[in-house]
Design a protein around this ligand. Structure first.
Ligand code: IPM
Ligand code: MN
Length: 349
């Protein structure tokens, strides 16, 4: 028998509701296997911050480190000043746990209505760098609030950080049928970082000669994502460009209700973290309206990461089958728990 220790950070807003269904999917997928999951709930997010002023303490972090993986719901609440929980909790987890591969797959499942007139086959994955770029908090402001204010956010790109994420993206591209890697950046303007990324891709390509490399400036990439998303296979890009294009990628494949993600530490020296791309959606929190599908798909990524591809495939197949029949619901809207229950039934087969 194998024991998996899962840290659960349900977080804010709809986080609790979607995580509950994610855990149901996980339990169901592992029924009949020798894998047992034990969960630890971490009280982190807006409630904790209001009560104690804490976002993520060293004690929390050390306790989380003692787990095999993390399932996260959503972080952020309108009653907390912008940036406090995002920087102090979510980004702190990604940075402290060295989640340098932020993996965000985009697939147009049959039956999903894309807002694109001609979506074609969409099946690509964005490898978003997760520990550097403009997210590091390297900056500052002077003369704040005056007409002479200067505000800097400096993007940090290290050879070490760029190379390791680029190598990971190449390995993923090499393992896929189309073996294509697109670097997305803006080296015509961001010449320092842009050239580091470009040189690195060129150099690492020598280790993966069967991978075809392609380059797009980020602005052009947004055009192709709308006019010809089939051209993408694996995209590698920095933290901020990756944040932006993965929301667009979610929009063309049925919306953020379906978009899953994994924050991975490939060396496995820390627990990787699985979370839906969507936020805490305070406007619909507590109403049982949230779609738990993105969380359930994140659970599929979690199972895959744990080396349980069969259980992962079962979860993904259940989601695909459920999505294929959504058009037959005649506009009836299922609650969060109903979707979770239907998915679990399909997983159980
Ligand atoms: C995401 C979110 C976060 C990010 C925010 C909430 C800090 O938008 O996971 O994409 O920018 O990475
Ligand atoms: Mn985002």
């Amino acid at each position: 028998a194998r024991d998996v220790r899962l840290a659960v950070v349900a977080g804010d807003g709809i986080g609790t509701e979607v995580v509950e269904q994610g855990l149901l999917a996980l339990e169901t997928a592992l029924t009949g296997t020798d894998v047992r999951v034990s969960t630890t709930d971490f009280d982190l997010g807006a409630r904790r911050w209001h009560a104690t002023g804490e976002t993520l303490t060293d004690t929390d972090l050390e306790a989380i480190r003692a787990h095999d993986a993390i399932l996260l719901g959503a972080i952020g609440d309108p009653t907390v000043p912008s940036g406090v929980l995002e920087r102090g909790l979510l980004l702190k987890l990604r940075f402290a746990l060295d989640h340098y591969v932020n993996l965000r797959p985009s697939r147009l499942y049959p039956g999903v209505a894309s807002p694109l007139a001609n979506p074609g086959d969409i099946d690509f994955v964005v490898v978003r760098e997760g520990t550097e770029g403009p997210y590091v908090g390297n900056g500052g402001a002077i003369r704040v609030g005056t007409p002479a204010e200067v505000a800097n956010e400096v993007s940090v790109n290290t050879a070490f950080g760029v190379e390791r994420v680029v190598r990971d993206a190449f390995a993923r591209a090499a393992a896929r049928p189309r073996k294509k890697l697109t670097l997305v950046h803006k080296h015509n303007v961001l010449v320092h970082a842009g050239h580091l990324w470009r040189r690195t891709v060129e150099a690492v390509n020598a280790e993966f000669p069967d991978v075809t490399v392609d380059y797009l400036h980020v602005d052009a990439a947004t055009i192709f994502m709308v006019t010809n998303p089939s051209r993408f296979d694996v995209i590698v890009t920095d933290n901020l460009f990756g944040d932006i294009i993965t929301d667009l990628a979610a929009a063309i494949t049925g919306g953020i209700g379906l978009a899953a993600s994994a924050n991975i530490n490939p060396e496995r020296t820390t627990p990787s973290m699985f979370e839906p791309v969507h936020g805490s959606a305070p406007d619909i929190a507590g109403q049982g309206k949230a779609d738990p599908t993105a969380t359930v798909l994140s659970v599929a990524m979690l199972l895959d990461h744990l080396g349980l591809p069969d259980a992962s495939a079962k979860v993904e197949a259940a989601v695909a089958a459920d999505i294929a029949e959504r058009a037959n619901l005649d506009g009836r809207v299922r609650s969060t728990a109903e979707v979770g229950k239907d998915l679990a039934a399909r997983i159980a087969g």
